[in-house]
Design a protein. Structure first.
Length: 210
């Protein structure tokens, strides 16, 4: 099954992607993680992306599409995949269609902006392996230390309050129109994000079967 997860930054797409990944045995592909890997390794692509990400802006379509195309060609995507963070604009969705990639289901996780601001400002990410935590909802066993690899957990620059506001503005302006794009195809399923992650997961898995 080829899936797309939609939702504002911090709506919980990454968490639900992990659950679906285990449930269906297909890889979750986060464009954010791929781009951050490029940043860490100092690749040409990483340098291009950095200036945009630092300002809370979207990385240009041609850069992101090149990464996605390369990633989807790998063997582990042959039985299906979950796209988290792509497409982010209608032109990206059209580019995905033009690549001949058929999407089976689009799940949109809806969460209010106020709740997202609280969630994101408390988020922490491991510098080494990319595992994510939250100071309130999913703290690491030892504060500042990753449970998985022992790396240092930090607040990403794009989780600072001012950047969050800019990211939400960009989401509503550029990404939200995708709901209409996929609704026309009959593939869109809306999941109302719940306070408890398990409740959101139950609704997400139900949306896969519908």
């Amino acid at each position: 099954m080829n899936l797309i997860l939609l939702g504002a930054p911090g709506a919980g797409k990454g968490t639900q992607a992990e659950v679906i990944c285990d449930h269906l045995g297909i890889p979750a592909i986060s464009t954010g993680n791929i781009i951050r890997e490029a940043l860490k390794n100092g690749t040409e692509l990483g340098k291009q992306a950095k200036s945009y990400m630092d300002e809370g802006k979207l990385v240009p379509d041609e850069v992101v599409i090149a990464i996605i195309k390369e990633r989807l060609a790998k063997d582990d995507c042959q039985k299906g995949f979950i796209l988290d963070g792509f497409p982010r604009t209608v032109p990206q969705a059209e580019a995905l269609d033009a690549m001949g990639i058929v999407i089976d289901r689009v799940i949109d996780i809806e969460v209010a902006d106020e709740a997202i601001q609280k969630r994101l400002s408390g988020r922490r990410v491991c510098e080494s392996c990319g595992a994510s935590y939250h100071v309130d909802y999913k703290p690491s066993k030892v504060e500042g230390v990753c449970d998985k690899c022992g790396g240092k957990t930090v607040q990403r620059r794009d989780d600072h309050p001012d950047t969050i506001k800019e990211r939400l503005h960009v989401y509503h302006e550029q990404t939200e129109p995708l709901k209409g794009y996929y609704e026309k195809t009959g593939k869109l399923k809306i999941v109302e994000g719940q306070e408890d992650v398990k409740d959101t997961t139950a609704l997400t898995l139900k949306a896969l079967e519908a």
